[in-house]
Design a protein around this ligand. Sequence first.
Ligand code: HEC
Length: 132
Amino acid sequence: MSALNLRTFAIVSAFCLGSVLLLPTVALGEQETDLKGQMQKRIDSMGLLLAGLAVDNWSKIEKGAQGLIETCESIDWSGPGKDLFKKRDEAFCSAAQALLKYVQKKDLADTQRAFIQTTITCWGCHDLPVTK
Ligand code: HEC
């Protein structure tokens, strides 16, 4: 990744984010938390991260990474798919924690890699064939 041209990286990442938005949402039972609101915060945080990574703006990068972690703290999974969703969300949250660690070190190459890893964990849950 470190050798990857930044423009290519930005284009690939924008494509990844676009694909996240196009994925069909997975069905879940009644939620205690405002799940859609928290997911909106996730996509906004990913956008902020990408914008920051594209122009090397660490305050945007950090704000984005913090926003992701905050969503982990506020989502309380419930309903029939609860256990599976919790497990998938743990994968996302630990990827986001690793990302934040690299952000705090201001390690650009590792932050870029962790950003991609985190994006993959979004799909890891959105791909679930769970129905209500
Ligand atoms: C553990 C599961 C899980 C993970 C991980 C996850 N999501 Fe979601 N996401 C959901 C569920 C479930 C919904 C459907 C919510 C609903 O319709 O009430 C959803 C919906 C969304 C939506 C649509 C919200 C709306 O307004 O309808 C967006 C955007 C989104 N997620 C972005 C993301 C991004 C970006 C990530 C990773 C940074 C991510 N999600 C990670 C489970 C997950």
